[in-house]
Design a protein around this ligand. Structure first.
Ligand code: TYM
Length: 341
């Protein structure tokens, strides 16, 4: 029987945020540590996705740093863990072109992330528009079943499923369909019934925490001093209702803090919510979350400093050999379906 695959990627256009960390990186590390005996664990850097927009810092430095982050977050390495860079596996762009030939303008036009990124702009590059098709190729090349991502990426997962279904219908069973977003959440949360993860902007909790928001207090970066991160939590926007409850609609700021507290401590959200429910002092909750986040960051940054670049280059060398082998095999079956081979 084929070993199934869990796969994820983080764009490294700048330092990563606590949103990237809690929405995708930590879930991937926990899934990998729990399942790497029975799943392939593909951890890749979507560097070709990075060049659709500006890059802060040096792309190469950001790439190596982001891969060290998985190790610093506790990833245990074994032969089923594969690190690779997208641009080192040319099959990604080749499959992406072929999927372009079955994707429609209408479905790409509907992507929320595209709408957000193009809003109010006179002209946007084609890469921004076509980005979800490359993401579908990233997933389908490896027949990945589970893709730990934050809730903002679920629409792209739905598109990936649709493209795979359309291709299979037209050419015969070629791609494994990734699990539905609901199944992904169940798998990621170990069976409990939760929503997808969306860490909110600390100043404006209606919005997701995003690296592209220039306001420093809106987001926690993984290289923030732990004391700075604690101050940002203490100054987070809440509300005037004066009671703690988990209600993303009416109390997004408080709910965001409860969510962060649960994820940082690896506790079920329900447990954290019931501990705090009915309490009235927002300051106490903020202090607890600030302490959790600063302790976690200090520990994480300490481990990060012990990992050498060479360790990552060694992992990339074996990972990219593996990825090219698997991806080229799948690419050949798609080329054959189109009668290119
Ligand atoms: P990117 O680089 O925008 O974000 C990386 C991951 O972080 C998650 N994330 C969040 N989760 C919770 N709360 C937030 N505030 C938050 N902000 C970001 C994102 O959901 C994502 O999981 N298209 C992807 C990269 C990609 C990819 C792939 C992912 C390319 N190909 C194939 C998985 C599989 C992206 O731009 O994520």
């Amino acid at each position: 029987m084929n070993t199934p695959t869990i796969l994820t990627g983080l764009r490294v256009n700048s330092e990563l945020t606590l949103g990237n960390f809690l929405g995708a990186l930590v879930p991937m590390v926990r899934l990998a540590n729990a399942h790497s005996e029975t799943f392939h664990i593909n951890i890749f850097v979507p560097d070709l996705h990075s060049i659709i927009s500006d890059i802060d810092g040096e792309l190469q430095t950001n790439i190596i740093k982001s891969l060290k982050y998985y190790l610093a977050a506790g990833l245990k390495i074994n032969d089923n863990i594969h690190f690779y860079r997208q641009s080192y596996v040319p099959a990604h762009t080749e499959l992406s072109w072929m999927l372009n030939c079955i994707a429609t303008m209408g479905e790409l036009n509907r992507m929320t992330q595209y709408k957000d990124k193009s809003a109010g702009k006179e002209s946007v590059n084609v890469g921004i528009f076509d980005y979800p098709v490359l993401m579908a190729a990233d997933i389908l090349l490896y027949d990945a079943k589970y893709i730990p991502v934050g809730e903002d990426q679920f629409q792209h997962l739905e598109l990936t499923r649709r493209l795979a279904e359309r291709f299979n219908r037209k050419f015969g069973e070629t791609f494994t369909l990734p699990a539905t977003p609901k199944e992904q959440i169940t798998f990621m949360s170990g069976g409990s019934d939760q929503d997808g993860i969306r860490i909110r902007d600390l100043q404006n909790p209606e919005r997701k925490m995003s690296k592209s928001n220039p306001a420093p207090n809106s987001k926690i970066m993984l290289d923030d001093e732990p004391t700075t991160a604690a101050k940002k939590i203490m100054s987070a926007t809440t509300d005037s209702l004066g009671k703690i409850s988990f209600d993303m609609f009416n109390q997004p700021g408080i709910s965001n803090l409860l969510q962060i507290e649960a994820l940082v401590n690896d506790l079920p959200l329900q447990d954290v919510v019931s501990t705090w429910s009915g309490e009235t002092h927002y300051g106490d909750l903020k202090q607890k979350v600030a302490a959790s986040v600063s302790t976690m960051l200090a520990d994480f940054q300490r481990k990060f400093a012990t990992i050498s670049d060479q360790e990552i280059f060694d992992l990339l060398e074996t990972g990219e050999t593996y990825a090219n082998e698997v991806a080229n095999k799948k690419l050949l079956s798609v080329q054959q379906a189109f009668k290119l081979r």
